[in-house]
Design a protein around this ligand. Sequence first.
Ligand SMILES: Nc1ncnc2c1ncn2[C@@H]1O[C@H](COP(=O)(O)OP(=O)(O)O)[C@@H](O)[C@H]1O
Ligand SMILES: [Mg+2]
Length: 331
Amino acid sequence: MITAVVYSESGGTYKTTMTANLAVALERMGQNTLVLDLDPQEGNLTSLFDAGEHRSDPDADNLVKHILDMPDGNFDDLIESTAEGVDIVPSHDMLGDFTSNLEQKISYETGMKNISRDEYPRFELLYDLLWEEQELHEEYDAVLIDPNARAEDLLYNAIFALRTLVAPVKPAGKGNLSLDGLEELVGNMERQLDIEIGLSCVVPSGVGQTNAHQQYQRQFENTAAFATPVTIGNRESLMDAMWEARGSAFKVVEERWKTFEKEGTMVSEPGRRRVREREIETLRNLYELARFIATETFDADVDPVLELDVRDKETRIIDLRPDEPTEVTTA
Ligand SMILES: Nc1ncnc2c1ncn2[C@@H]1O[C@H](COP(=O)(O)OP(=O)(O)O)[C@@H](O)[C@H]1O
Ligand SMILES: [Mg+2]
């Protein structure tokens, strides 16, 4: 079972983009993959995958009701399937009030049972739901979470349930290592929750060609403190197009989504994007990253061959095994 929380301390560090791309890569490797969107804000994984029709309806059943053990239906009915095969438990506005709802539940239950608030297992609720009640390991090979960035109950529940982190990091202003916060958080949580948390890898992302960025990348590659299997370049055009394609970067390239100006307005259409080698390279890196997590961190057996079926163009076969070059066959 592959489980990972895509974690970063700050917003805008490509968490949602990374979660979507990792999930699709794992799915394409033959892993039945579920993602949980714990971010109630706009521009989240749920909108990226075009899911969560009822996310603003307070009466609709949602993940929060299940975490708090007050469901309005079956958990299975919360799960939606997406066009690229990944399943998603979508976000809901109620995630924004998670802590206050949890506090009420704790007040009620500790009052009833006459136990102290401190003894209430407030960070174990998602774990109990996913593994003990729903036994998701029976159905899925991989579960990923795009958490709410703020270090509070939902994030702690996510980490307690999945135990492993993947950390995208963005070059900071001066290009220095900015992972102190991460190590401190992991250490604190391990002590507080009395569990072991694994950092699968760190993924420098949005790395450009400037000297500062290149130096930043080298700093990461040269550290023994954590694994950095790949670096994701500055790919704004590719990643931004995911929001138009409603899917992964793999989909953007295969369906050739492009945003351009047409009669004075910006439109996005498939079948228009040029095939760029650097973008193919980025897909290879994303696939490599998924393979690293699956095989190095979790010892899973995955398909090492990525087949890109580019619309109206050639099919690309990318074999991650050593000595297998990228192959191009004209369709
Ligand atoms: N490798 C990248 N290079 C440049 N821009 C990127 C990259 N990955 C993602 N982005 C863009 O950065 C923005 C923020 O990404 P997002 O994944 O929503 O961050 P977060 O979830 O951490 O807030 C999006 O517009 C996305 O398209
Ligand atoms: Mg996000």
